[in-house]
Design a protein around this ligand. Sequence first.
Ligand SMILES: *Cc1c(COP(=O)(O)O)cnc(C)c1O
Length: 403
Amino acid sequence: MLNVDKIRADFPILNRTVHGKNLVYFDNGATSQTPQIVIDAIVDYYSNYNANIHRGVHTLSQEATDKYEEARIKIQKHFNAKHSYEVILTSGTTHSINIVASGFATLLKEGDEIIVSSLEHHSNIVPWQMLCEKTGAVLKVIPMDQDGSLRMDVYHELLNNKTKLVFCNHVSNALGTINPIEEIIHAAHKFGAYVLIDGAQAVPHIKPDVQELDVDFYVASAHKMCGPTGVGLLYGKEELLQMLPPYQGGGEMIETVTFEKTTYAGLPHKFEAGTPNICGGIAFGVAVDYMNSIGFEAIDQQEKELLAYGTQELEKIEGLKIYGTGKKASVISFNLEGIHPYDVGSILDKLGIAVRTGHHCAQPIMNFYCIPGTVRASFAFYNTKEEIDALVTAVKKAKMMLS
Ligand SMILES: *Cc1c(COP(=O)(O)O)cnc(C)c1O
């Protein structure tokens, strides 16, 4: 069992009040909170060894380079990548997806097919639509079921020899659905298609093993797993990263430059043009260590309890409907009958409770349910049952005020 009181002491922000009430932070799906040890790493970097990396001969630059590359190795170990140069540090999930999508623009041809799931975040839909426009490839969509799961029977029918790429999130940000990515990857490989898994919403809950999954690309953001914003991961199998052209031109990504021809640097620098988020990368490594010090089994146990308790208590409220009821992470997406989610969210905020309302960057899911959006409460391991009680009381109050 987690000692949640002790863990909460690691997060200074959890002590603050909002509108005179104790903060209840249930918007972890949008971004997680930051433990003191990560904050300290950021302060330490700017206080003691702020310098550009991979270029200076001076001591500060060496120290910063060493710490940055140590972070890459921590991230490599966490995701069990075979080589550290298969870990590209990016500005986040969106950037990572765009590197892959724009790379494939030169590799696809008219009539090729790309499959995406209907549970995607907009950042895993739009880049592929842009890719299809550029190449003439065709986008196919895996539909979803009422319970928020993917229609895997249809997925298997969509796959064929023209399928080149499949994109799916590991965990849906809007509903929390945990997708059967092992099955998705395995089936795509039978047709020679590559698979990109968007792990942004999975990494706070699950420790993925990219070699065991045999996934081709896995992407995530640090800020959803206790790290800072503006930094993330693109994992790719070595031969695929070699095959993709670079995304941006600039410093750091070249080997030699003349006006006739530039040769590109090897991995990972080929995809890391310009000065990266050095401090962010280092802090990402610290966040990974922090999450592992808590332990993903303990995190899972705590979050399962919160999910079960929250579901049970919210379901007691008449007229409250929960969307996404299959296998899922600690996310409850719901609506009160006849009440706009935004109005519910505003009242919850007045009571100190932070939730997300709206379409959660996943409009196709909202269209499927014919709703404008939902109220989404997403739990982290540092949340408590008492906080869920506060949520339930507040939702009841919102219902009374709005109906
Ligand atoms: C948050 C999120 C993204 C976008 O992450 P950024 O850090 O904003 O780039 C993409 N996909 C999913 C599933 C997400 O939850």
